[in-house]
Design a protein around this ligand. Sequence first.
Ligand SMILES: CC(C)(COP(=O)(O)OP(=O)(O)OC[C@H]1O[C@@H](n2cnc3c(N)ncnc32)[C@H](O[C@H]2O[C@H](COP(=O)(O)OP(=O)(O)OP(=O)(O)O)[C@@H](O)[C@H]2O)[C@@H]1O)[C@@H](O)C(=O)NCCC(=O)NCCS
Ligand SMILES: Nc1ncnc2[nH]cnc12
Length: 292
Amino acid sequence: MNALTAIQPQLSLGDWLADLVVDALIDEADLSPKPGLVDRRGNGAHSDLHLGLMHASALALWPSFKAMAQAAQQRGAIDQALREDVGRIGREGEVEMLRVTGGVNTHRGAIWALGLLSAAAALESRELTPEQVAVRAARLALLNDRAAPVTGDSHGAQVCRLYGVHGAREEAQLGFPTVIQQALPQLALSRAAGAGEQNARLDALLAIMTQLADTCVLYRAGMAGLTCMQSGARAVLAAGGCASLDGRRLLRDLERDMLRLRASPGGAADLLAATLFLDRLQHGLPAQLGSL
Ligand SMILES: CC(C)(COP(=O)(O)OP(=O)(O)OC[C@H]1O[C@@H](n2cnc3c(N)ncnc32)[C@H](O[C@H]2O[C@H](COP(=O)(O)OP(=O)(O)OP(=O)(O)O)[C@@H](O)[C@H]2O)[C@@H]1O)[C@@H](O)C(=O)NCCC(=O)NCCS
Ligand SMILES: Nc1ncnc2[nH]cnc12
């Protein structure tokens, strides 16, 4: 023991997972330039959001993510009781988010996706590959939360009905295919090509945008907005990604189009945070937690 470890409080699995989630949310918010989204440069297509609010919201959610991980550790199995614990803690987290932001929806989708993923990670802390964690999260998401309000009038529910697409719920229930099949492989590819970490993360966001039926975009800009987002993101990647000059030019075009349509890919942003979380998680438990 040295002077530093002597004063460090014991790190629990829940602390560690909540730290990773909040880091991922803050890294997502800070990443720039993101088309249509809040970042270090400004508010994107939003009049009610800004970077400080995204940070405050992420930090305020730390106890909720820790509580979801702890619930999973205590229950120890993917069952109805855990599903309803996670749903209750998630709803309480939403209330806290709205309190801290003065009623602005900063992280509704992130509470859902990262709540499920942190619970799934806590269930089997020795099986932390992205695929293993996503499959457990999907099994949890497939269980019905009997206490969830059945309104069907959320923005996501409205556009899923109107356009016949899958939204945040189905993305989780299918095991986060957009993260596992698009974002993580693109992140690895761009890193391997020497794009640099920020460009590799932007490329991962674009890979999500090429495929996702982002219900935030659909709600604000309809199918024309979604098509514009998907084809614009494809064009940037086809031109060599965000590290290339042509890719950067096309990224600027995409941003201009998203702002003109007031289209904000908030769902894609949440899934980028999920990608960054799973990417870090696969490096395994820190030594302090090695005996769990
Ligand atoms: C099951 C739920 C996820 C609810 O889903 P549903 O689709 O019914 O509800 P929404 O309210 O629309 O929330 C879904 C949020 O998920 C993100 N998202 C969108 N599309 C996808 C997708 N295809 N895959 C994954 N994730 C997706 C998105 O969140 C982000 O965007 C939000 C900001 O959007 P913005 O447009 O600015 O804000 P709004 O105020 O909504 O609209 P405007 O008026 O401004 O246009 C921001 O939150 C990002 O996080 C969607 O918003 C689950 O949430 C649920 O069941 N909730 C109910 C309460 C509950 O039980 N919670 C506990 C769950 S553990
Ligand atoms: N950076 C961001 N900008 C706007 N909405 C978001 N939802 C999640 N992250 C976001």
